[in-house]
Write a protein that binds this ligand. Structure first.
Ligand code: ADP
Ligand code: MG
Length: 483
């Protein structure tokens, strides 16, 4: 448990997250308009999205499927009966005057998710529910000094709101939660998790209490779309609340905004100003009734998810839990690793993928999706180490060349003549040469200066341009020094 020390004793921070995840679907939740990001303003707006009088919403089966899929991926109960409600409020980017959402009867109920903490431990975090709702349009305030522009492209796009229980206890845990949730959604193919483009954003609820005491009053920090800001906001907000309580004050339940420039949270509206949304079932939409057979069909298509994959990698390939965790965080790196490791030494494969490859990609500012070294070629390089064609050291040189040119290991080894010298005669010749050139050092070794042997091996390796097999050099040198 992470405790914050205050002037009057210890405090515990309690956090619950409401994550809005944009559903991957070609068209919107209740209309056929496209959902493609970045189109010219107001080019993806149907009469339904613009809320023209008399237009009727029609539910998009794909969006429902994605919500079910996500619920299953979060070990959650799927509600076979759910209801769409109208959440009424007025805003320029909400032409309907209400958002269609789910309130008392969401499509997905309780579930859970396991977070991985920096110290290697894990914790299970409860999911309260997941519901489907429409996104609003976007108001643009900074294009004109006196006017606000409205872009309705986003209006009606399907969102899943995923609500956690107040189970998180630190900024680390909140960040681990968002990371794991994002990873699962991406594996499931239900949300692209792109926080910068706003396809995943979080409302962060924070309260503090004395360890073991009942929950305190929470404040909700709206619309966070960066992991760094989520952490900063939690840390600031917990400290702010502790300071108030320690001064004998009380916390007002309110909605706050995080000022990213100053790193502080500010009041947006207090509970007294909270909206009364007047939720009621949308008369234009029937309750959603799911066929249990369809839910089972969807369940059967779920991929292996990160936690299961991580366990399997540890078991099958004998790699470290930390390494496995890094490799499975993205499906694409997990697949890449497996293509390299299958039928080879798993630890060696993990070292090459996580060390050399990730390092080089990072330095080049590239992602694994456009790695110049394919999994097949990296596997080929490891094979040449395993069959002693090249040493591990030369392999690094070959790898650099592979990364630059995209060629395979065998081509580079042949072209550059990097094949390891394992021919006893050739190595013996090099050893003799070094002995002949250094009679004084030989005398010192024979007089008992054992340490010089290492220097000798180094000289021989150098003379071979790193290509001599080091074990053989050691062996032959030992033989020669005996006489
Ligand atoms: P609202 O619509 O009022 O925001 P929700 O039920 O949608 O309510 O979300 C409540 C969120 O606040 C949940 O994520 C929940 O875990 C969290 N939460 C509830 N009580 C507390 C508390 N005392 N401290 C921190 N978070 C809390
Ligand atoms: Mg809320």
């Amino acid at each position: 448990m992470s405790v914050i020390r205050g002037a009057t004793g210890d405090w515990e921070v309690v956090i619950g997250l409401e994550v809005h995840a944009q559903v991957i679907s070609n068209s919107k939740l209740f209309s056929g308009s496209s959902t493609t990001f970045g189109a010219e303003p107001n080019t993806q707006v149907s009469l339904v999205d613009a809320a023209m009088p008399g237009m009727l919403p029609v539910i998009n089966r794909k969006c429902v499927e994605q919500a079910i899929r996500t619920g299953l991926g979060l070990n959650a109960r799927i509600n076979l009966y759910s209801v769409f409600d109208r959440k009424n409020y007025f805003y320029a980017d909400l032409p309907q005057g209400y958002q269609i959402s789910q309130y008392k009867q969401p499509i997905v109920g309780e579930g859970s998710l396991t977070i991985d903490l920096p110290d290697g431990s894990t914790r299970e975090i409860g999911i309260e529910r997941l519901h489907l709702e429409q996104d609003a349009g976007k108001s643009i305030h900074d294009l004109h000094p006196a006017k606000t522009f409205v872009d309705l492209n986003r209006s009606g796009v399907a969102l899943m709101e995923i609500v956690s229980k107040p189970d998180l206890r630190s900024a680390d845990e909140a960040s681990a939660y968002v990371t794991k949730l994002r990873s699962i959604l991406r594996y499931l193919g239900t949300c692209d998790g792109n926080m910068q483009e706003g396809s995943m954003r979080a409302d962060v609820n924070v309260s503090v209490r004395r360890p073991g005491a009942p929950y305190g009053t929470r404040c909700e920090i709206k619309n966070m779309n960066s992991m760094r800001f989520i952490r900063q906001a939690i840390e600031f907000e917990a400290r702010r609340q502790i300071d108030i309580l320690e001064d004998g004050g009380t916390i007002d339940q309110e909605t706050r905004l995080f000022d990213t420039k100053r790193g502080v949270t500010r009041t947006m509206r207090s509970k007294e100003e909270a909206h009364d949304y007047r939720y009621f079932p949308d008369p234009d939409l029937l309750p959603l009734e799911l066929d249990p057979a369809w839910v089972e069909e969807i369940r059967a298509t779920l991929p292996e998810l990160p936690d299961a994959k991580r366990e399997r990698f540890i078991r099958e390939y004998g790699i470290k839990p930390y390494d496995a965790g890094v490799l499975v965080s993205e499906q694409i790196s997990a697949d890449f690793f497996e293509a390299v490791a299958r039928g080879r030494d798993g630890k060696l494969a993990a070292n090459w993928v996580m060390g050399e490859l990730f390092g080089a990609l990072n330095k080049a500012g590239r992602s694994i999706a456009d790695s110049p070294v394919s999994a097949e070629n990296l596997g080929g390089l490891i094979d040449r180490i395993a069959d002693n064609t090249i040493s591990g050291r030369i392999a690094k040189q070959v790898f650099e060349e592979m990364f630059e040119t995209g060629a395979d290991a065998d081509t580079i080894i042949e072209e550059k003549g990097l094949r390891q010298v394992t021919d006893t005669g050739a190595i013996a010749e090099l050893v003799d040469q070094v002995i002949r050139d250094n009679p004084d050092k030989i005398a010192e070794i024979k007089a008992g200066k054992e340490k010089l042997k290492g220097w000798f091996v180094g000289q021989v390796m150098k003379a071979s341009k790193g290509k001599a097999n080091p074990q053989m050099v050691n062996q032959i040198l030992a033989e020669k020094l005996k006489d």
